[in-house]
Design a protein around this ligand. Structure first.
Ligand code: 5AD
Ligand code: FES
Length: 351
């Protein structure tokens, strides 16, 4: 009976909240089938091609105090760093040489990088590498700021909404942050023509199965080009230091349901998933994911971008990271490709 629901979803049908909830509650017996259907759907849209995005974690300063995050402002036990525009550019140049055609500039909400400074950095990268996509992941900014950055050449923006449940959002964040502003940002980004990625943590403190069903409904309605999900992992210097990590199994099942809900979505197998399970990223691909985001940050700063404890890949050089991933992915029967890997919808309009 649950398998029938899964089939309906895989065949393009819509599920309601109750039906998503039934799948989530009965995931034990549905894992394999969900993963197979998800991979099949992914392959009809993208082939067995896995896209790579080079991640540059350029600042660990952050003005916020999200209760889950290791780089929150109140963590005084962290050595903070900022990369200069030149250093960021250098990471992208190294990445370009390794074959990367998408760069993701990610950081805490660090207003040292004003909209103008950041726009200059984006412009520089796009000038030297016009064949590359630049993705920003720098949190909440004004609509005008997002507009300037888009004008400077930024193509995509990642901003996880973290939870679709307003009360849950309040419990995970300080009073200075608001659910409404988060959503405002996502809709602004979309209207400004970015390819947008939203997402949430799996197993964050207080999250329920009902919330997860609502996440799937939200994703179906918002239709982001990308969705980033990964297990919550406690960080020792945060209010959630004693909470338990989210489960790899549940994350994998949700990856499959997201793929079945938005067949051509770009869906990363995240570092957090690789942290809770040594084969997490490979299993993520097996569950229907099609993006990997290896680290291009200079090795000297990687240990400082600790959003959660035990994060993997913090010691490797960029080249080592990509080679490791190539070997891992070849075992899944998929292949890493280095083109821009735009969302299908975009490929049609751009070409
Ligand atoms: N565990 C897992 N993911 C986390 N993030 C932040 N802190 C943690 C944590 N402790 C995620 C958030 C954020 C993204 C950059 O990293 O979802 O949006
Ligand atoms: Fe930096 Fe949450 S602590 S955005």
């Amino acid at each position: 009976m649950y398998k029938k629901l899964l089939r309906r979803l895989a065949d393009g049908g819509e599920l309601n909240r109750e039906e998503y909830l039934l799948l989530i509650r009965n995931r034990e017996g549905l894992r394999a089938e969900a993963g197979e259907a998800a991979c099949h759907l992914r392959d009809t849209h993208y082939g067995r091609r896995i896209f790579v995005r080079g991640l540059v974690e350029f600042t660990n300063y952050c003005r916020n105090n999200c209760k889950y995050c290791g780089i929150r402002a109140a963590n005084s036990d962290l050595s903070r760093y900022r990369l200069t525009g030149g250093e960021i550019k250098e990471c992208c140049d190294v990445g370009y040489g390794l074959g990367f055609r998408t760069f993701v500039l990610q950081g805490g909400e660090d207003m040292y990088y004003t909209d103008d400074i950041l726009a200059g950095i984006v412009r520089d990268i796009k000038e030297s590498h016009p064949d590359c996509a630049v993705t920003l992941s720098v949190g909440e900014r004004s609509r005008e700021g997002y507009r300037l950055l888009r004008e400077a050449g930024a193509d995509r923006y990642l901003l996880r909404h973290e939870t679709v449940n307003r009360d849950h959002y309040k419990s995970l964040h300080p009073d200075t942050m608001s659910y409404d502003n988060r959503m405002r940002c996502l809709y602004d980004l979309k209207e400004l023509g970015y390819q947008v990625g939203c997402g949430f943590m799996v197993g964050s403190p207080g999250q329920t199965e009902d919330d997860l069903a609502d996440e799937l409904l939200f994703i179906r309605e918002f239709k982001p080009e990308m969705v980033g999900i990964g297990p919550f992992i406690p960080h020792h210097a945060t209010p959630y230091c004693n909470e338990v990590s989210g489960s790899a199994e549940l994350t994998l099942f949700l990856l499959s349901l997201i793929r079945l809900t938005l067949p051509d979505v770009l869906l990363p197998a995240t570092t957090a998933l690789g942290t809770v399970d040594t084969l997490g990223r490979e299993r993520g691909i097996g569950a229907g994911a099609n993006v990997l985001m290896p680290n291009l940050s200079p090795s000297g700063v990687r240990q400082k971008y600790m959003l959660y404890d035990n994060k993997i890949c913090t010691g490797d050089e960029a080249a080592a990271c990509i080679n490791c991933l190539k070997t891992r992915i070849s075992r899944t029967g998929c292949e890493i490709v280095t083109d821009r890997g735009d969302h299908n919808k975009m490929m049609k309009t751009e070409e």
